[in-house]
Design a protein around this ligand. Sequence first.
Ligand code: ARG
Length: 585
Amino acid sequence: MYKEELAQLFDDVFKKLVLEITPILNPTKEGHFGDLQCNNIFQCAKLLKCSPEDSARRIIEVVNGDSRAGRLIEKVIFSPPGFINIALKDQKLLEEINSVIEDKDLGIKKAVTPDRVIVEYSSPNIAKEMHVGHLRSTIIGHTLGNILEVLGFDVLRLNHIGDFGTQFGMLITYMKKLYGENPLSHIHGQKLEALTKWYREAKVCFDEDENFKEASRLEVVNLQKGEKLATSIWNEICEISRKGYREIYDLLNIKGLQERGESFYQALLPEVVSDCEERSLLKESDGANCVFLGDQFKSKSGSELPIMIQKSDGGYNYATTDIAAFKYRFSKDKVERIIIATDIGQELHFKMVFALACKLGFSENKRFDHVQFGLVLGKDKKKFKTRSGDTEKLIDLLREAIKRAEIILQKRQYQDSTLFANQEELRQAAEILGVGAVKYADLSNNRIKNYVFDYDKMLSFEGNTAPYIMYAVVRINSVLKRGCFSTFSKVTLTEDDPIKREEERMLILLLLNFSDVLHTIANDLMPNRLTDYLYELAEAFHRFYTRCPIIGSKEESSRLTLCFQVQAVLTKGLGILGIATLQKM
Ligand code: ARG
């Protein structure tokens, strides 16, 4: 591929000139000469102790003298104040784009070592509503899973549901308090709303009543022993929660996510304690068993921070489960890499837990990535809340987006009554548009930063939004239809069907870049690279579409072929983001 070949060529040229830096080659900006630009000539000038112009000339001379340049480069020039611009050979670009056009995978190259990987995401807590943080985890995790899968990795998607801990003793005790020794019939068939209300009430009893607290503790023990009634109540509670989540997963079209909650690792928790003991890592602190990991983890006041492995009453902690999970996933699931998506608030937790997993020898030569993300903010730049001040429930947020999408589509239907055949068709389209807009808005922000949740912005047909990209697909569809174009009509691009037009060339270069974008994300796990790419491609398409005549021109077949490829990549890219496309909108 031209990219690797050119990078190699420049790298060798730099070495020849004893420049110990890696050349930076980026696409040129619109309106500049050439396809690529070498961006670190200023740095070269410093090292060569001459002006940028002189150092550029020396580099260009060596480039032109290299035998590989002939096939690859049409022309290379100095571009003041300190750049080298490179025009690629048409023939080279044509070769590459034609092989992408022929490739059913759109030029996406498979990973060299397609390991087994866990992507853990969503992970809500039983008896609680999913909140916006779980939305981010679900959307980001799902997209990353898709990208790794497209690249050939063997992906295991896990939903690490919070289904274990003292709160369940509390709930069981409260159910018994409300409904006596036979509460099952009262719980069965309830909704998540009822469950969260019980949870709140149970918490009050737990905090105020010592007897209730003691009874709750015993119920946790019952649960761990597998006692029948406690287990049945717990199962009912989990099932109600699951049903609530399923509604959201269906709306978000989340598939292939396997539930494996915290309780799954329960039997392995005593082992974590003995593993730590064997390595003499345990220290008692206020009756609890802790591990101190040394200087790198300190509190603000300078004291060493512990990981609490076992509470003074013998119970285990959130961290204990995560240590057990690392052990199980690396040794039993036999994965090479674990990716976990949670809010940034859990950064320290995961740093410490992974550090301990390493100390215990669970993760030798394995990779762990904590995909952390920021908060979702309201327009007031404060944590996203409903009008009544409650934390926004996820399902309401999605419904609101769909409702607004429906209003937008109604308006468009009003202008063009042939758009949707009936209300049901419009409603279905609104669901795709609304949910797609929410997902895209989330993914298009640098995940580490907080972002402002803004319905108007995310549903706008202008800018870096789902509707903009989806509309590009619709528009291309109609062009293809007008040209009676199908997969079989694809043609091989040639030098006679000019790729000399800047707009066409831009499309070709972008189409050749799709695979690299995905591979970069597989490494740094930043999904906004893909939205940025799709936005750039859609914009480049619009420029091409307005400036280059298609139907009826002498380049009709090659231009339609380009349209077809752009549409395929946009559709595939949206699909990876979990966003469906529409025929009309
Ligand atoms: N249930 C947790 C929460 O809602 C997220 C779980 C994250 N994953 C993990 N392995 N600890 O905050």
